[in-house]
Write a protein that binds this ligand. Sequence first.
Ligand SMILES: [Zn+2]
Length: 471
Amino acid sequence: MARIAVAGFQHETNTFVDRKTELAAFIQPDAWPGLIEGAALGAAVKGMNLPVAGFLDAVDGAHEIVPLLWCAASPGGPVSDHAFEAVAGRLLRALAESLPVDALYLDLHGAMVTESFADAEGELLGRLRNLLGPEVPVFASLDYHANISPRMIAATAALVGYRTYPHVDMAETGARAWRLMQQHLGGQLWHTAFRTGLAMRSLVWQSTLSEPMRSIMREAGESRSVTVAAGFPLADVACAGASVLAYGDDEAALDATVASLAARLTQEEAAPEAVYAPDEAIDRAVRLAGDGGPVILADVQDNPGAGGSSDTVGLLRRMLVAELPGRAALGLICDAEAAAAAHGAGSGSAVELSLGAKSGQFGEKPVTGVFEIRAIGSGKFAATGPFYKGCSMDLGPMACLRCRGVDIVVSSRPQQAADQAMFRHVGIEPADYGILALKSSVHFRADFGPIAKAILIIVSPGASPMEPPVT
Ligand SMILES: [Zn+2]
């Protein structure tokens, strides 16, 4: 029986966002649990679509697990030095107290940037390697949007990435990391082949539901040990880029696999898909929806899952003047003040509010007017879609507000609109609407794709632009 230490520390950092990600963001729960330490880890993540949950399930008690710590913060600006040192310090202390171990598994994102470290996972893995010495194998699962550095590769026996975007295989990736670790602990010879820093495409064109990523990932999936990471483009750091990695005992075969996938990644273009301005999209959506729907307007540039504030109002303003009585909904607008005001006034009342744009970006002003409070909710509910599978959401006080015939779902914490339960929690049945505007780049497709009559990609202000800002 091996003794395996397990930990997780996830953040996807958008370096173009000024506001730093502080320790509180790692401590508080949102879609995923808050910071968990020690023995509570297994029960807190059980059944969730999370790599650490999949890893623990796959080990299934066959070995001794030493749970250290797990936390994640919503994507946003660089992690403060204080937050990074606090979490890394606790993780290293917990590991030091647990030694000796035979292996370490880490649930990481792979695109974390801190005030001091452009390659934060490389820094963390380097510190862990120093503590463990050269022999103990470290395995880490990574997000499909990881910006993988040679330093991360050098510090680990293997890095194992998600294969889907929407990420419906996060738990499965943890299980895949376990199977590789098992092979390694069994004494199999180990070589590594990789290419990093390859050209990236915009998040919207990275979906594995479309070409070329669909068939590239199918080729990668032919071997358990191969990872293709599309990279996170909203990171102005040297290690930003797509990557291909492979591990195993046949060095020549690994090299050939990596070369083939790297060539496809850099040479194959996405099929052009139309992108719309809000007015154009709303007109088109009204025509396409007819008496049915929903036609989804994907507000891809204000995706809180990529560092957006989830409170820009460019698309909302246009929907409010478009005369869409009772047939349109939009979510989520993150505005804790407006949610609190709605809770204060109560369901069924009408209040004068200023909604959204509180983050004060892009020269936007809040939408002001009288809003009918259709429903309020605690923000605590179970996710039902495949991306947030198994998650107990805690988005703070929520409300459904109606203004000029548009139903607006408001939350107190930013979370990507990628689960129908976010709407049902405040009385909205998404399939009943003609037009449904969602602040999400791609993840919404997992749960909303099957009910969508059509999907239109909108360009409206937001901190997750389709083209990264020029620096
Ligand atoms: Zn991702």
